[in-house]
Design a protein. Structure first.
Ligand code: SAH
Length: 350
């Protein structure tokens, strides 16, 4: 019998499960605390739970904490990249960024991705599978345990499209913001999407205080279609309508990510079209020099072009920042670390 995933259960579900196996429901609170506050990776660490119950739990459940396969640490700013593996052999990556205001972790939401953005390494081999809520939590728990410090901010901006794994994403949010768990405030969570309009609206209706980041990367449908296949399904205008709706429902300022690619989307016309697009919306634009991946020949814009692009936005009262490069000595674009690791293991015939 396949064991079930205990860390994806909320407290009420855990209570129900325990009642079903003939245990008192108050045990659920203890077990929940072991899993989501004390961050154990095995049932035997639950020292106030009887051996008998621990054995029962072991038989029926699994704790989905990933294994750390590799850690790369930046000598410049302490940024750490983690390569994790799950029991089925899936490999994912997560990043720890250290800021003055606290520790932030960027997690993956899927193994691989099927969105097909041209500049992104995560999508080169397509989607392998969705991550479970527990496997999204597990990345944060493993890092918090490893560094022995609290994680206070989460960005769901690693490999995968979180809105293509929407139900698991929502459950993850419920669990990570749970008062009886790590209790991370929704205001300290950012989710990034390539623009799945229906899901943006669905999330808006939940009225959570999560920051929504949209990977816009182009102000026009024509150009966007060239670099992001999802643009064939949803137009830029539909995305903007959904963003206005998100703002109306949540009051949260929207972030737009704009990866600058030389001679593709870094012209003055693009900047002007972008200004027109976001006019009237409370938002912020994050300019990212595109990270070259070896499978594609996109180059990032020159510093001069990036500054110029930013100035055009700012002169028109559009908030913009150039993303600070963290961990540039361990730099690898989204999904690149995983990809090179997998290629290496393939070569070694493992
Ligand atoms: N699927 C989600 C989240 C994962 S990607 C999304 O599309 O938003 C996180 C961000 O990194 C996105 O803005 C994505 O477009 C960007 N990105 C991916 N590969 C990149 C690269 N090589 N250089 C710069 N940004 C990249």
């Amino acid at each position: 019998m396949e064991k079930s995933d205990i860390m994806s259960l909320d407290l009420d579900e855990l209570k129900e499960e325990l009642t079903l196996i003939g245990e008192k429901s108050f045990r659920a609170a203890q077990i929940y605390e072991w899993l989501h506050v004390k961050l154990v990776s095995g049932f035997d660490e639950m020292t106030n739970v009887s051996k008998q119950l621990r054995d029962k739990l072991k038989e029926k459940y699994v704790i989905n904490v990933p294994n750390i396969e590799q850690v790369l640490e930046s000598k410049l700013d302490g940024t750490k990249k983690y390569l994790f593996s799950f029991k089925d052999g899936s490999i994912i990556e997560s990043v720890l960024m250290r800021y003055k205001h606290g520790n932030s972790v960027c997690i993956s939401s899927q193994v691989g991705c099927r969105m097909g953005c041209k500049f992104c390494a995560s999508t080169l081999d397509g989607l392998e599978r969705n991550l479970l809520p527990s496997e999204m939590l597990g990345q944060i728990y493993a890092i918090q345990r490893e560094i022995g410090e609290r994680i206070s901010n989460i960005v769901i901006m690693g490999s995968g499209e979180p809105f293509d794994n929407f139900d698991n994403f929502l459950k993850f949010i419920q669990l990570i913001t749970c008062e009886k768990g790590l209790n991370i405030s929704a205001r300290n969570i950012t989710v990034s999407t390539c623009g799945l309009v229906d899901k943006i609206r669905e999330l808006a209706d939940k009225k959570l205080q999560i920051t929504l980041a949209i990977s816009i990367h182009s102000p026009t449908d024509e150009l966007r279609k060239e670099i992001m296949p999802i643009a064939k399904k949803y137009s830029v205008n539909e995305i903007m309508d959904a963003c206005r709706y998100y703002y109306k429902q949540t009051g949260r300022r929207i972030t737009f990510e704009y990866s600058l690619i030389e001679d593709v989307n870094d012209s003055e016309e693009c900047a002007k079209a972008l200004i027109k697009l976001v006019k009237g919306l409370n938002c912020h634009i994050n300019l990212i020099p595109v990270n070259t991946i070896k499978e594609r020949n996109y180059k990032h814009s020159t510093r001069e072009y990036i500054e110029k692009f930013k100035n055009i936005l700012e002169n028109n009262k559009v908030n913009a920042t150039i993303r600070r490069e963290l961990g540039s000595d361990i730099n690898a674009a989204c999904g690149q670390l995983r990809k090179s690791y997998m290629e290496q293991t393939l070569r070694n015939g493992e």
